[in-house]
Design a protein around this ligand. Sequence first.
Ligand SMILES: NC(=O)c1ccc[n+]([C@@H]2O[C@H](COP(=O)([O-])OP(=O)(O)OC[C@H]3O[C@@H](n4cnc5c(N)ncnc54)[C@H](O)[C@@H]3O)[C@@H](O)[C@H]2O)c1
Length: 258
Amino acid sequence: MQLKDKIAIVTGGETGIGESVCRRYLNEGAKVVVVDVKPRSALEATYADVEKSNLLLLQADVTQRDSIEAIVSSTVDRFGRIDILFNNAAVFDMRPLLDESWEIFDRIFAVNVKGMFFLMQRVAQQMVDQGSGGKIINMASQAGRRGEALVSHYCASKAAVISYTQSAALALAPHRINVNGIAPGVIDTPMWKDVDALFARYENRAIGEKKRLVGESVPLGRMGRPDDLTGAAVFLASADADYITAQTLNVDGGNWMS
Ligand SMILES: NC(=O)c1ccc[n+]([C@@H]2O[C@H](COP(=O)([O-])OP(=O)(O)OC[C@H]3O[C@@H](n4cnc5c(N)ncnc54)[C@H](O)[C@@H]3O)[C@@H](O)[C@H]2O)c1
């Protein structure tokens, strides 16, 4: 068990990559706080099979200041400290650049950048006060490595995640808080249902065609599965990564080289 008795917060933990990471962290011995904007009933249904003593389910919206405060205070009230933040909640949308709107910009940046940054900042403050280091992992994307004509706001939001990861890593290094990112490629989660439907609309494709094509073009020959991310999520949260900070690790089947 690589994370025995560590206290981990995972945002966007109701489904997709976040759910797989929550389950893997629990299997590695961590106590896990699952945060998601979805109703509490959805969280309870997803985790109905999990033993409750190591689990805290929190319905919270990471774009809200009082929610961020509540995530930290509820975690400390229940488990006494925070060792790991897996900063994963995000939303996707896309439009041709000339149709991009202020509303879509605000929605994407509110979750993917503002929520990501201010939760990281608040958790970092808690870790600094605890005085024994910590691990922060921010979910970036291959979309943050390169712009895309149809996906400008989401790509920019993920480039911001990579940049904030670097700045936070430097700011928090004196406190032995490691800050790293993970950049997935194309991962078969509920998010991809929306992504595929949007590409179908804007590239005039059949439903399912984009998803098939992106999977076929991955050097390792398939889309990723949420479980493909969990090894990196554990490694970067573990003592094995004590000398790694400011990096964003590509977990993408070979799509991007850096
Ligand atoms: N799926 C992919 O192909 C892919 C590729 C690259 C990066 N990513 C990134 O990985 C992460 C997880 O992606 P996924 O595919 O599992 O996504 P998903 O859409 O399947 O799940 C995201 C979860 O985040 C929650 N969420 C959304 N807004 C929230 C908010 N304001 N507060 C709290 N929770 C909120 C949603 O309710 C959902 O449960 C995201 O950061 C995403 O950008 C995904």
